[in-house]
Design a protein around this ligand. Sequence first.
Ligand SMILES: *Cc1c(COP(=O)(O)O)cnc(C)c1O
Length: 407
Amino acid sequence: MEKLLNEKKMPNERGFFGEFGGSFIPEQLTFVMKEITDKYDEIKDTEEFKRELMYLNKHYTGRPSPVFYAKNLSEKIGGAKIFLKREDLNHTGAHKINHCLGEALLAKKMGKKKLIAETGAGQHGVALATAAALVGLECDIYMGEVDIEKEYPNVVKMKILGAKVIPVTHGLKTLKEAVDSAFEAYLKDTSSQIYAIGSIVGPHPFPMMVRDFQKIVGIEAKEQFLQLTGILPNNLVACVGGGSNAMGLFSAFLNDESVNMYGVEPNGKGNLIGEHAATLTYGEPGILHGFKSQLLKDNDGNPAPVHTVASGLDYPGVGPQHSYLKKIKRVKYTTIYDNEAIDAFFELSRCEGIIPAIESAHAVAYAMKLAAKMNSGNTILVNLSGRGDKDIDYIVKTYPENFILND
Ligand SMILES: *Cc1c(COP(=O)(O)O)cnc(C)c1O
């Protein structure tokens, strides 16, 4: 196993994690992807780049984010001890800023003028617009018209930050179409722009690069957990959309065989096509957006429609490294339904005074189930990927019975 997991070889030079990953892109993009890979390889280990990123992580994002023992929740469940890695406390409220700062710095060093990206719920858009403002780059965010209406506060934030939000009006007018449009815009000018992907997905080098920028989560957590308890955690739990927050945490523990890892996918409303977005659980190998991985397909073999209460997990594909880790059985992938995530959202809020993002609530929900099956000698470290401020409006609308005021 040691050999298989050796990070230095993951991915190989063509971007493959075993059979997954790689680069399945139009000819025009081959050159620019190589340019990005070469520049990244050239600067990533230089003192200057590492120092700049470390400085921003510390003084801008507020790293290290703490590890917190959720004592009230753990004692209420009466099983394993649950700990939280508090990525919700980062500037902009989630882990996404970790890779957005890295991508923005790289773009600046490559002499690019503009960052472009797609966004679904607007979380990646806001984090990227933030990084663009800081580093001094223009920023175009492609967003489906349906999402623009649904996620209006994030649209306003991106505009305040100086980004241009470009409505996407074709097809279902949501995330997949936004990716199509962003790709199209990118193809028109690959010399002055860079497409800053929002997770560990897309063609090589993005799954590798975004993972590297997120790895700080796991590196910090390992040291903090050891300091708090004197041992390594027995179990890691993280939600998986594209898979960046999970891979950020898992990366630092892959060679620690005593540590069990659980990736939690959204099972939405049910197990049928269109009811969930649990790619590793129900998918099969396929190619989407330039890389090979597990993929949810409809009956015609096209990317399936997806549903989950957590817009940040709403994607029919998944990072190729997760497909590989599932195949070699290093990580166990499991699922949580919408209603279980919502229950965990309220439970964590009321037990600990921490309102989690609904995405992160999937991880909390699974950790609660796992904890109940174990005794208090066991530990579970959850990546709390983001905070729930963005979800408040949705929660009020969907569960009005919880918000009737007492007279
Ligand atoms: C975007 C997002 C996710 C999902 O993305 P991953 O790449 O799977 O980490 C999870 N949690 C939060 C808070 C998010 O904003």
